[in-house]
Design a protein around this ligand. Structure first.
Ligand SMILES: Nc1ncnc2c1ncn2[C@@H]1O[C@H](COP(=O)(O)OP(=O)(O)OP(=O)(O)O)[C@@H](O)[C@H]1O
Ligand SMILES: [Zn+2]
Length: 718
């Protein structure tokens, strides 16, 4: 009996064995339909010997589908599962997100002229006939647009027999990019950097390069040369961009350089486009993709380069399901596929910086801005120059904004906090609005007249009376969110055109993209935004950036708090003055002597990196040591504590590992689940994964509502 091993996209810890019906030929990578329990599901023929399963237990493969998962992708799946301690099936699930792509390709319908004119002629019908008089097949909505009619007019002509429906193969998702379309004139530094990147691509083997350049250095322009080299060699390219769905700027720049947009891959694209993109990437029609982290699981036929833009961005970490870092897994993908990977940032992570300094990564540096100088940055000491009570904009900042707007330029006020106020309390009885499911305050969103939990989404209408003491008009907001800053700004800068950019204020992606474009075109004077605005945008008219509360991220238990704050402040102030000299940054802080503030104001990034690197090394934190977090959660505290203690009792003894905890998590309750954390700290060379496996295997199986999640290389410590 012929059998195969089939991996299914479900949370079981091994591949299952199936029998192969007579006449069916199967090889590893083939996509098949197999029975599992009462239903059928998609699976992939996996490598390795099938288990010995008694004849009578064996069920046959139902069908073999089109398409296959290549050997590199299968290795990638196994690699990630092994590294993150996930079940391979849950990793495979990320690869099989587009099951339709394995069926026959659906043609698209079009119409063309086929019969005599209709008996009843109208001017709308005449316009349609005018357009289709060219004899070509027209997509219905394109035809409607060209003729200036609704699609019902076209359908009427089909019913009348004047037009007929024809089926055509789907058009390509995007035209092919042309590496020679519009090469830029590079500065000397840029040209030298680009030459090194091109060499790495030409070497046609695995390498990692860190591209580090100040904000506005032209890193994009430079890595586009590497993209051009890879395309010219007939290879496909993937550029990972955080928040790719939010702006079309990257796509436009790509098009300006290569004459065509890359295909997009993120949660905002339609399922039909998703299917066509998957197929295009697999059959090689699509040469370049710009995507979010999930694009790593696309089946590139001839991958030749991955660029990770803004490589320091915490958004590259996926925090649920399979917990992985897309930046790190991009490097793994390059290693498996033997092609180069490039990480780009103005503020690289300490991890990547250390790898570059130690020679594990090549280091390409762009020390100056292209066509301009870096902004001049000053701290505003809020202890001395703070605003009047109940306000958040200091007089110095207000004056600077006024000057900027009067000079016909744009200003940006940045606060990394959504909503109106992070806490609402009753002035009379002290009652605080808390989430019933999470250990968190409810955040007021005034425009929506709601109080809302940012962890579980629990939302209530903002009441007029205190729910505790029934006092009227006694509820007061504490602290600012962006909405409150916008309110203060509207009162302070009465004539300014003000625009707010915060993810929860804007309904659709299209609208958000539109708002970014308005800022780009200079149609607003003052932008108020959350960290959305700090990410890689190029706003040509922006001259001043004011940071409302620079200290926000420093007082946390996160070992990367200083690094993160440095990155965020450097990035957001780096949006100022990109197209002319004289950009300014003003940072409101209660701690101007903090090393992060000093580094930002003096512009001495090397001092910051050196100090941070030295501290990490001393404390054996990544990349000088390794970390893993174990989070035990339960439906009640008892359950969570019970299992944490059971785990604590069986920690395997080993040299070079330290286990902290269990401790109640800083976010002790989320969505009604009580959470306890362990932090595992080891030396660099320690075999972390096998030790973790040994530990988890020694513990009792989680029972009841207990869940244990493993986070290797944690980014969040909440
Ligand atoms: N060689 C060049 N020729 C023309 N324009 C250039 C050149 N290099 C850079 N620019 C322009 O300078 C601006 C900044 O470049 P870019 O956005 O690539 O910088 P960056 O290093 O990615 O910055 P950040 O890290 O802040 O996002 C862009 O408008 C870009 O088009
Ligand atoms: Zn909540």
């Amino acid at each position: 009996m012929n059998t195969v091993s089939v991996l299914l996209p479900v949370a079981v810890d091994r591949a299952y064995t199936y029998s192969v019906p007579d006449g069916m030929e199967l090889a590893p990578g083939d996509v098949v339909v197999v029975p599992l329990g009462p239903r059928n599901m998609l699976g992939v023929v996996w490598d390795g010997q099938p288990d010995d399963v008694p004849q009578d237990k064996l069920r046959p493969v139902e069908a073999k589908l089109d398409g296959a998962i290549g050997a590199d992708m299968r290795r990638f799946v196994d690699w990630i599962a092994d590294y993150t301690l996930s079940v391979p099936g849950t990793v495979l699930r990320m690869v099989l997100r587009v099951p339709e792509a394995f069926g026959p390709e659906r043609p698209v319908s079009a119409v063309r002229l086929a019969g005599p004119p209709p008996e009843r002629m109208t001017s709308a019908r005449a316009r349609v006939l005018d357009v289709v008089g060219d004899g070509l097949s027209w997509n219905r909505s394109a035809l409607a647009q060209a003729a200036g009619v609704g699609t019902s007019v076209i359908n009427g002509l089909v019913d009348a027999g004047t037009l007929e429906i024809v089926w055509l193969p789907a058009a390509p998702v995007v035209p092919a990019p042309d590496p020679g379309f519009a090469p830029p004139v590079l500065s000397l530094d840029q040209a030298a950097a680009a030459a090194r990147l091109r060499e790495s691509v030409a070497a046609d083997t695995f390498s990692v390069t860190l591209i580090e350049g100040v904000t506005g250095a032209g890193k994009t322009e430079v890595y586009f040369e590497a993209v051009a080299e890879a395309l010219g060699r007939g290879r496909q390219v993937l550029v990972l961009v955080p928040e790719i769905s939010l702006t079309t700027q990257f796509l436009d720049r790509f098009e300006a350089r290569f004459g065509a947009r890359p295909a997009e891959w993120h949660s905002g694209i339609t399922s039909r486009l998703r299917e066509r993109t998957w197929r295009g990437v697999a059959n090689g029609d699509i040469r370049a993709v710009a995507g979010a982290r999930s694009a790593l699981f696309l089946p590139f036929a001839e991958p030749g380069l991955i660029v990770v833009d803004e490589e320091h961005d915490p958004a590259y970490k996926q925090e649920d399901g399979v917990i992985y870092s897309a930046r790190d897994m991009a490097v793994v993908r390059g290693m498996i596929g033997a092609f180069p990977v490039m990480l780009s940032s103005a503020t690289p992570s300490i991890e990547s910086r250390a790898n570059a300094e130690r020679g594990r990564y090549a280091h390409v540096v762009l020390p100056d801005r292209f066509g301009g100088s870096l902004p001049d940055i000053k701290a505003i000491d809020m202890r001395v120059d703070g605003p009047e009570r109940g306000r958040f904009l200091s007089p110095v900042l207000i004056k600077a904004v006024e000057e900027t707007i009067a000079g016909g330029e744009q200003a940006l006020l940045f606060l990394n906090r959504r909503g109106y106020a992070p806490l609402t309390l009753c002035r009379r009885c002290g009652f605080r609005f808390e989430c019933p499911n999470c250990s968190a305050w409810l955040v007021e969103h005034r425009f929506r007249r709601e109080l809302c939990c940012h962890h579980c989404g629990h939302t209530i209408r903002r009441p007029d009376r205190c729910p505790n003491c029934d006092a009227e008009d006694s509820l007061v907001p504490c602290g600012p969110g962006v909405e409150r800053i916008a309110e203060e700004a509207a009162a302070t800068f009465a004539d300014a055109r003000i625009l707010m950019l915060s993810s929860d204020l804007v309904g659709s992606i299209a609208e958000l993209r539109n708002r970014f474009a308005m800022v780009e075109r200079g149609e607003v004077d003052l932008v108020i935004g959350t960290q959305l605005v700090a990410k890689g945008h190029n706003f040509p008219h922006l001259a001043l950036v004011g940071v409302i509360d620079a200290d926000i991220g420093l007082a946390t238990a996160d070992p990367r708090a200083a690094e993160r704050t440095f990155q965020l402040l450097q990035q957001v102030t780096g949006r100022a003055g990109r197209h002319r000299d004289g950009g300014r940054g003003l940072i409101q802080t209660f701690d101007p002597d903090h090393p992060v503030m000093r580094a930002i104001v003096s512009g001495d990034r090397e001092a910051f990196y050196a100090r941070e690197m030295e501290q990490r090394e001393r404390q054996r934190l990544p990349p000088f040591g390794r970390l893993a977090a174990i989070v035990v959660s339960g439906r009640n505290q008892q359950e969570a504590v019970g299992h944490s203690r059971a785990l604590a009792r069986v920690v395997p003894a080993a040299e070079g590992v330290r286990v902290l905890g269990p401790a109640e998590a800083p976010l002790a309750v989320v969505r009604g689940r009580h959470r306890y954390r362990f932090l595992v700290q080891t030396s660099r060379a320690f075999e972390l994964q096998s030790w973790l496996r040994q530990w988890l295997a020694a513990a009792p199986k989680p029972r009841g509502g207990v869940r244990v999640s493993v986070d290797v290389d944690p980014v969040s410590f909440l």
